[in-house]
Design a protein around this ligand. Structure first.
Ligand code: MG
Length: 247
């Protein structure tokens, strides 16, 4: 496992890690919300007469802003972007359905991972493209005392969104003007992984959805685990390795 971290340092021309923060994606990492996202996107598209998508596609799009997802499907199917009004109508409907379908269940192991990160003196930072109030407002109930406004990057902060590195660069900033070798990213989706990789940060993927590990590795994952529970089991070892590669 150590070679993954050594290879990262070498590739990014760092002599060592200086770990201060762990940047967490939300959907599919902290919350088991991706099935409800995929289902509500798919139903919304069907209701608006857009027929080219299937539920799995939304696992590939995961991490895009709502408007970017809608525009991509409009471009593909109708050869044009959606109007502002169309984006609003579609996204409002998707949000309505998501609120109905989402169980609100957290990902098994997520709370333990967050606690472990904190107990190691590291700062947990949220980096999500989501603007779903039904999840964002619950974060403090589900994970008490972990995130504050100052340590959250959401759809309301970012202009471009994943797969652009912007959200993770903002995450580094909110973490305390950090450089990439001072953080780790926990992601589950190809576009989020690509964004974190482009931001120059070591990315650990938890593959909690239907996509193959290869897709995540190709997107730039430095390590792929199959669940947050698996990450919880490995995290102390990972932090020990990083410690041996620090000044
Ligand atoms: Mg995600």
């Amino acid at each position: 496992m150590k070679d993954r971290f050594e290879n990262y340092l070498k590739k990014h021309h760092y002599h060592q890690f200086d770990l201060k923060a762990v940047l967490f994606d939300m959907d599919g990492v902290l919350y088991d919300s991706m099935p409800a996202h995929a289902r509500s996107w798919q139903q919304t598209m069907e209701e608006f007469g857009l027929k080219s998508t299937k539920p799995e596609d939304f696992y590939l799009h995961e991490g895009r802003t709502g408007s970017s997802t809608i525009n991509l499907i409009f471009q593909h199917e109708l050869g044009r972007k959606a109007t502002k009004e169309e984006v609003k109508k579609i996204y409002d409907r998707k949000t309505e359905l998501f609120t109905r379908y989402n169980t609100g269940n957290t990902m098994p192991g997520a709370a333990q991972v967050l606690d472990l990160v904190k107990s190691h003196g590291l700062l947990p930072v949220l980096v999500t493209g989501s603007g779903q109030p039904s999840l964002l407002d619950k974060l403090n109930d589900n994970f008490p005392g972990i995130f504050s406004k100052d340590t959250m990057v959401t759809a309301f902060d970012v202009k471009i969104g994943k797969p652009h590195p912007e959200p993770f660069l903002m995450g580094l900033k909110k973490g305390g003007e950090l450089s990439p070798n001072q953080a780790l990213v926990i992601e589950n989706a190809p576009l989020g992984t690509e964004a974190a990789h482009k931001a120059g940060i070591f990315v650990i993927d938890v593959n909690t959805g239907p996509l193959s590990d290869d897709i995540l590795t190709t997107a730039g994952a430095n390590m792929v685990l199959n669940s947050m529970t698996a990450l919880n089991e490995k995290l102390s070892d990972i932090l020990n390795i990083i410690n041996t590669l620090s000044a």
